[in-house]
Design a binder for this molecule. Structure first.
Ligand code: SF4
Length: 522
């Protein structure tokens, strides 16, 4: 029976178990660029260029490795009869080639897996969905770990992964350095002087002919989409991804841990790796990434706090949230623990970056220029603002899916709806990540150049983050008062007078109207 090996845009793994069967190519590899995937969330132009370019480069890699590939490209000029949806195009090709069997590894999106199952059932085609060996823990292994647990705590899961793979474990079975977790050493800010010239920018790559064609196509076909293509300098092949990773390990991992949570105006990357998009399309293998980081530690080039902090992200958090996704979907996507209105979409400035709030404007510049912002910009600036305003958690996830290069449904949904917006009511995090402008002031230099004052919740210079923070706590006081980790924040709220809270509420209503205006994108 002729088989289609379906490879989705986030599965560019040359060692994928779907590709080979009994040591031989398992069938005709089928890949497609779908307009539907670019439009179902309003995708950033750089995100589109990155996906299509890495896919086209993977097509060449497959051909060089001896695979036969059927690939549907979106062309720069709209063609008659051009397909729109992924499943629609797959159905046409399955019929044309009289295919009776489809094989793939588990897609990164429940919606796609569901669509594929329905299509194969309807067409009476045998479907084989294999476990993706790219990940350190299988979906079933996560399910076994989660069974019977009241609260799924990342730390316990992470220690299990470390033990299983022997990551940063000494011969006596104890963790390297004596501690399992160096989180408390990963929270420094830069102080007055900023990061200085100790820092080196991530390596940049020139566009080759394939990438240039993709950029032309995106400019032609998706010009009304958000974001910019000016900074397309990422690796798009496996070889260049490895070079990029090694550059991070050699030049920035050393200070990654210490300044993991710090922000500085105009600096998008600081000591962060920016490899998540390469990992998530599978041009990088997490085991290789972790091995190289641990090797740098063993060679004395990087301290334990940075190495452990980095390993925790890749072996702990990344695997944990994937486990949550497959354990809880599809109901998870509907969670809305804070009962946000479905009508409340992201602030207008989340599309164009136009705002006087310095922290938001700079974070959005990173997103518009690079389809990227490091985790504190995501969680404690943009995510925080969305949460305080009361954006519906799924709407925030959709925006995140469209604007970030590394966002795939399995990784975006638990991170945004769960961790950032507390929409899941405590599955991923035990308390909401809410803070006033004072946190941003502590971790960055934004407030110094801002027209607002992070300490003020009233008056002309009142910081919108601070105003919205108190308003948010006031709105959810009843819900949070039983949460032991919110005790301190609720106690502070109770100290506010009735008249203060009335003023804050009025100010917050004004701020929300201003923030929730629709952007003028021309
Ligand atoms: Fe952001 Fe408020 Fe600081 Fe301005 S004062 S940068 S709005 S936290």
């Amino acid at each position: 029976k002729q088989t289609f090996v379906v490879v989705f845009g986030d599965q560019l793994d040359i060692h994928s178990v779907a590709l080979r069967d009994d040591g031989k190519p398992a069938g005709l590899v089928w890949m497609a660029e779908a307009i539907e995937e670019a439009e179902y969330v309003w995708s950033h132009q750089l995100r589109l260029a990155f996906f299509f370019s890495t896919m086209r480069h993977f097509r060449e890699e497959l051909k060089q490795a001896g695979y036969e590939v059927m690939y549907r490209e979106i062309s720069a000029r709209k063609k008659k009869g051009e397909g729109y949806g992924l499943m629609e195009m797959l159905e046409i090709d399955l019929r044309a080639k009289k295919i009776k069997r489809v094989r793939c590894v588990r897609p990164g999106d429940w919606r796609v897996l569901d669509g594929l199952r329905k299509l194969c059932k309807r067409m009476k085609i045998e479907l084989e969905v294999l476990e993706d060996k790219h990940f350190l823990m299988s979906v079933d292994a996560f399910g076994d770990w989660a069974k019977g647990k009241k609260q799924l705590v990342m730390e316990g899961f992470y220690r299990g992964v470390r033990k299983k793979y022997g990551y940063l474990i000494r011969e006596d079975g104890k963790p390297e350095g004596g501690e399992w977790n160096y989180d408390s050493e990963n929270r420094d800010s830069f102080g007055k002087d900023g990061p200085g010239d100790k820092m080196s920018d991530p390596k940049k790559f020139k566009l080759d002919r394939i990438s240039e064609d993709v950029v032309t196509m995106v400019r032609q076909r998706f010009s009304c989409h958000p974001g910019s293509l000016e900074h397309f300098n990422l690796p798009v092949t496996r070889k260049d991804a490895e070079t990029y990773l090694k550059d991070f390990i050699a030049n920035r991992l050393k200070l990654f841990g210490k300044y993991e949570d710090a922000m500085w105006e105009g600096e998008a990357f600081l000591y962060h790796s920016r490899i998540s998009c390469l990992l998530n399309v599978k041009l990088l293998d997490p085991k290789r990434v972790i091995d190289l980081a641990i090797e740098a530690y063993r060679n004395g080039k990087v301290g334990i706090e940075s190495t452990e902090g980095f390993v925790r992200q890749v072996a702990g958090w990344r695997e944990f949230i994937r486990g949550i996704y497959w354990l809880k979907m599809p109901e998870y996507a509907k969670s809305n623990a804070l009962k946000c209105s479905e009508k409340t979409d992201v602030p207008g400035c989340f599309w164009d970056g136009e705002t006087d709030m310095k922290c938001v404007a700079d974070s959005m510049k990173h997103v518009i220029d690079h389809g990227y912002a490091h985790h504190i910009h995501r969680l404690m600036v943009l995510g925080l603002l969305a949460q305080l305003v009361g954006v519906h958690p799924y709407k925030f996830h959709e925006w995140h899916m469209g604007m970030y290069l590394d966002a795939i449904d399995w990784v975006s949904l638990p991170n945004t709806l769960g961790m950032s917006q507390w929409g899941d009511g405590g599955v991923v995090g035990t308390k909401p990540y809410c803070a006033s402008g004072n946190y941003i002031n502590k971790m960055s230099n934004y407030c110094k150049g801002c027209r607002y004052d992070p300490k003020l919740a009233s008056g002309e210079k009142a910081c919108p983050m601070t105003v919205l923070y108190w308003d948010f706590l006031g709105r959810h006081e009843k819900q949070f008062e039983k949460n032991i980790r919110m005790k301190f924040q609720i106690a502070n709220l109770k100290r506010k007078s009735v008249s203060d809270m009335k003023m804050i509420k009025e100010e917050a209503a004004r701020v929300k109207i201003e923030l929730l205006r629709k952007p003028d994108l021309g």
